[in-house]
Design a protein around this ligand. Sequence first.
Ligand code: 5GP
Ligand code: ZN
Length: 117
Amino acid sequence: MPDHDPDCIFCGIIAGRIPSDTLYEDDEIIAFRDISPAAPLHVLVLPKAHIATVNDLGAEEAGLIGRMVLVARDLAAGAGVARDGYRLVVNVNRDGGQIVFHLHLHVLGGRSMGAIG
Ligand code: 5GP
Ligand code: ZN
């Protein structure tokens, strides 16, 4: 899989072609606010490399995914929702509700999420 997909909206954000409200960035990870927030805090944490879905991950990406979770945890703490709680979600393909096919972790907080289902 190529590192970047010219047709991918999140690759466009990573490249700076599309504006975003970026909260965190390092060599391999970026986090920005969701354009259509489902909660007071709704941030997307994603790898800069274009990986379409969780199904496309290799074992060598285990550390990357772990670091994405730590970035999400730190953003939640910075937003002041760590103690009350928050939700981390990764949607996969059609039944998972994935719309953008560049792997991303949703960080949702600032309200009660309730039970899933
Ligand atoms: P998915 O359903 O694929 O897990 O979630 C994709 C998310 O990306 C949605 O919550 C949607 O609001 C968000 N999104 C789609 N396009 C853009 C965009 O151009 N900028 C930002 N910041 N978020 C976007
Ligand atoms: Zn992409």
